[in-house]
Design a protein around this ligand. Structure first.
Ligand SMILES: Nc1nc2c(ncn2[C@@H]2O[C@H](COP(=O)(O)OP(=O)(O)O[C@H]3O[C@H](CO)[C@@H](O)[C@H](O)[C@@H]3O)[C@@H](O)[C@H]2O)c(=O)[nH]1
Length: 240
């Protein structure tokens, strides 16, 4: 039987973590969960430890300090490969990704043999609920910018909801992933696509969080805008 793991990176998600874990556990699909917490001051990790007493499918990795979404995922991916998981999912802690959609991503990879399934907000128009117009525009424009700059045939390149077959993560050199922040999402898709893996977007509806706050910052945006140019040039001209 396939081993499946959902990785959830957290920073100050005390208001969401119990509910998201319960929602995933109650799905009709056997899924282990790894929370990668960056020593959240609000006690998210402590809450996960309490939940572990009741749920043996819940795992926790705590890093020293807030060090970026990308780094947290790389940590989780390496952990997943060490534990020999076959399907590795990524999602936010805050219910912006509907846990039920994990079933759709799983179906794409397990039944339709897709190597990387992406929960896509922009495949059928703009499927984002409750984001302020400014954020919708920024994210949509970012996706268009990345598409033009990279030539990737993917509508939602910054999506944070996906399922990777383990062979994809094994093939990508995780130690060479350069982005620290959200642009890591783009780099993973870029590398998976250029390694020849099959990529499929599954339409989902993204609903903005009702509890806690986004960790998006201008530093994250700057890293993405200039990092994409660097990533493209590196591909064209070799190591810069
Ligand atoms: N461990 C760790 N977790 C983090 C960090 N920064 C954010 N997270 C966690 O990563 C998830 C997403 O963070 P949010 O701050 O809620 O993201 P968002 O603004 O809603 O952004 C969404 O859209 C982005 C692009 O459009 C996506 O790239 C992103 O993944 C996410 O889906 C949450 O579970 C949050 O706690 C960090 O430095 N470290």
């Amino acid at each position: 039987m396939l081993k499946r793991l959902v990785i959830i990176p957290t920073y100050n998600e005390i208001e969401n973590i119990s509910d998201i874990i319960s929602a995933i556990i109650s799905l009709p699909l056997q899924l282990d969960i790894l929370v990668v917490d960056d020593n959240s001051p609000d006690g998210t990790a402590k809450k996960v430890k309490e939940l572990q007493a009741n749920f043996n499918q819940v795992f926790l990795e705590v890093r020293n300090a807030k060090n970026g979404l990308g780094k947290a995922y790389i940590h989780g991916f390496k952990w997943a490969l060490d534990q020999a998981y076959d399907l590795i999912f990524q999602m936010d802690a805050d219910f912006s990704h509907n846990p039920k959609d994990l079933i759709l991503l799983n179906k794409a990879c397990e039944q339709n043999n897709v190597d990387l399934a992406i929960g896509s907000r922009y495949l059928t128009g703009v499927n984002v609920v409750n984001w302020p117009m400014k954020r919708v525009l920024m994210s949509w424009l970012a996706s268009k910018y990345v598409k033009v700059m990279t030539g990737l045939p993917i509508e939602d390149t910054t999506a944070g909801f996906a399922c990777f077959k383990s062979k994809v993560l094994k093939e990508i050199n995780l130690d060479k992933i350069k982005f620290i922040g959200y642009a890591f999402q783009i780099e993973m898709k870029y590398k998976a696509y250029h390694k020849g893996f099959s990529v499929e977007e599954i339409p989902i509806i993204f609903t903005d969080r009702t509890k806690g706050t986004s960790k998006m910052s201008s530093k994250i945006i700057t890293e993405a805008v200039f990092g994409i140019i660097r990533m493209r040039l590196t591909k064209l001209f070799g190591k810069l």
